[in-house]
Design a protein around this ligand. Structure first.
Ligand code: MD3
Ligand code: FE
Length: 243
């Protein structure tokens, strides 16, 4: 299939199994109607930052079942920032440590402040995908001990920030996007650096390591929509070595 970003959109086309994605790349349409790249599609955003398009699609059912199991034991909640603002993104955690925020600050905690119980164990499906993706991006031996699960409803956003609450920021972060697409903002080491916009879609995995690990980033306001796998929701997993 010749993929050309045409200036004129045809009114009617005969659809075949292989189509052109929104950015002109080769895609396949699967049973769920998801378009997935044909073969491994990797995109280097910056030194150490690699997008593995569609890398999570093969295990999406396992990942989403594990999210539901975690959320049954440690429900999603919208946390309070130290400044007293309620976050629009709802969060929960699994693994030995979970990221929390309240009036006292940001930190990793071994227990869920809502229940007092340890966070649910890290699902094997999370560990396996994170380790494989990190290795493919050039970071072998990644063993995350914390997974923050972010849930975006339409209207939710994550303002520009750095991830610097982990003990050793020499380890990469692996992020997995599921459900509704989002526009991710990716800047530089200073808040004032210009930002690039990157579309993150269902099944995309991003590995952030090396020089990009401390770059400012955020997520623009989620647009309304419906996704076959998640409904009106975007789920993002961030797997980290926090301790
Ligand atoms: C770039 N989550 O939880 S993951 C976060 O989609 C967070 O929910 C976003 O930012 C989300 O902290 C984006 C992608 C991500 C994670 C860590 C990074 C991008 C990063 C660290 C450095 C640079
Ligand atoms: Fe972040």
């Amino acid at each position: 299939v010749e993929c050309v970003t045409a200036a004129i959109t045809p009114v009617a086309v005969i659809k075949s199994a292989s189509e052109c994605g929104r950015f002109g790349e080769r895609v396949m349409t699967d049973l769920f109607g998801d378009t997935e790249p044909v073969g491994p599609e990797r995109e280097q955003l910056a030194p150490g930052a690699v997008v593995l398009h569609g890398r999570a699609l093969a295990v999406q059912v396992d990942l989403l079942a594990a999210v539901d199991a975690v959320a049954a034991a440690a429900p999603f909640r919208r946390m309070l920032t130290p400044g007293g603002f309620r976050m629009s993104v709802a969060m929960t955690n699994c693994g030995a440590a979970g990221w929390v925020t309240d009036r006292k600050g940001y930190r990793y905690a071994p227990t869920d402040p809502e229940t007092g119980k340890p966070w649910p164990a890290m699902p094997a499906a999370f560990l396996d995908l994170a380790a494989a993706a990190a290795a493919e991006a050039g970071f072998p031996g990644f063993e995350p001990d914390a997974c923050l699960i972010n849930r975006y409803e339409p209207g939710a956003r994550l303002s520009l920030h750095q991830d610097r609450d982990e003990r050793d920021t020499g380890h990469p972060i692996v992020s997995v996007s599921l459900g509704l697409p989002a526009t991710f903002q990716f800047g530089g080491p200073k808040r004032s650096d210009p930002v690039r916009k990157v579309a993150l879609r269902h099944g995309d995995v991003v590995v952030w390591g090396g020089p990009s690990r401390l770059f400012f980033h955020g997520v623009l306001t989620l647009k309304d929509g419906e996704h076959p796998a998640t409904g009106r929701t975007r789920i993002n997993l961030t797997l980290r070595k926090a301790l």
